[in-house]
Design a protein around this ligand. Sequence first.
Ligand code: 1GP
Length: 236
Amino acid sequence: NPIYTQILAAKKKGEKLLAVLLDPDKIDWENLAVLTAKINASPATHLLIGGSQVFSEKIDELITTLKKNCSLPVVLFPGNPSQISLHADGILFLSLLSGRNADFLIGHQTQAAPILKASHLEVIPTGYLLIESGSETAVARVSRTLPLPLRSPDTILHTAQAGELLGKKLIYLEAGSGAQKPVPTGIVSLVSKNIGIPVIVGGGIKSKKGIDDAFAAGADMVVIGTAFENDLNFFD
Ligand code: 1GP
């Protein structure tokens, strides 16, 4: 399991990981060369591909182009099984533990299982927790679930711990793409101090300070989507 082994090794050494999230629907196909050049010049360590809903039929094409031009591992971050591409290196096999919609807890996963079993993809079981972030997000809308409220940090922690005990290999604390407010550092620190598996933090992080704050609070990997999407010079 090269991707997960590397994430664990980084955690052990205290090295921080940075993922760029690319939504196939928001790719400027004319300027793909600029996008890949910017990624190669950035401190990114991983590429995540996906979104709550993706309508583009060019996921395979996007991934093959990325694989040709960037050396970073390409990891699927799918909102549903239609976003599985066999051209990727791995997949965050998400279960939306914060919600109570069975489709997103086990339904989509059941549909995906035979495809994944027959593939070479590295499957990384990931407990996915949507955290309150100010306004409704696409994840909440599409999954028809409520985010975990910030007034109950214990519930957030216990959900993450349940994920670990259920055998998830990663916990992803998600504020939602384009969130008004990222996951608070207090929550990141509470969770990362009290579970043994790596923590990914994403949603609404828009600055270098936001990235550094999440790392300082204990995030092992930070995900940047919208900020880079809106400004390809973000990492400059
Ligand atoms: C969304 O956590 C990711 O799933 C990234 O969010 O688009 O706000 O960076 P942003």
